[in-house]
Design a protein around this ligand. Structure first.
Ligand SMILES: [Zn+2]
Length: 177
């Protein structure tokens, strides 16, 4: 996985780029939570769940299906999230799906069970430029600095760019209106 901090780059970029009127603070918080929640599956290691199992790390919780389920829950709770049903569904699904997709760009561990429950194959993208972070230990090591540098380059820089583009187009549209 990229470090947990870097997964929140996606909701933050979308949220700040699209602005509070489209993505409320509550919806942004739900998106941030959805972007990190898939890694709660590491708890399985404590209970001897095999990494390669569908319930292991990068298994079902990293699938598109799981992301859609989180989106549906958000859609049901849309009033609490100060959002329309559709915006809540799309934003939370996208933030959750981005987790697995970013993990599939890393250079270590097993791939992502992207199409669970229809297919338990673990997938990577053909390009794996993001350095994988260690699970649970060694966060403050030289290797971690290298991981953070890799994430800054391949996740945070594109996220800042995306945020700026969205912000720019949002502002243009507002000015035109
Ligand atoms: Zn992950």
């Amino acid at each position: 996985m990229p470090t947990i901090i870097s997964h929140i780059a996606v909701p933050l970029a979308l949220g700040f780029g699209l602005g509070k009127r489209k993505i409320s603070e509550h919806l942004l918080c739900a998106g941030v939570l959805a972007s990190v929640l898939p890694d709660a599956d590491v708890i399985g290691f404590k209970f001897d769940v095999q990494y390669a199992s569908q319930f292991g790390h990068r298994g079902f919780s990293h699938s598109l299906c799981f992301a859609i389920v989180l989106g549906l829950i958000a859609a049901i709770m849309h009033r609490k999230l100060d959002s329309s049903r559709m915006a809540a569904f799309l934003f939370v699904s996208l933030c959750a799906a981005s987790h697995g997709l970013l993990d599939a760009l890393t250079d270590g561990g097993l791939g992502i069970a992207l199409f669970w429950p229809f297919d338990n194959t673990r997938y990577f993208f053909p390009w794996n430029g993001i350095e994988v972070s260690a699970i649970g230990r060694g966060f403050f090591s030289m290797r971690s600095l290298s991981v953070l540098a890799s994430e800054f380059r391949w996740i945070w820089c594109p996220a800042i760019l995306l945020c700026s583009i969205l912000y720019f187009f949002n502002r243009e549209r507002k000015t035109a209106a």
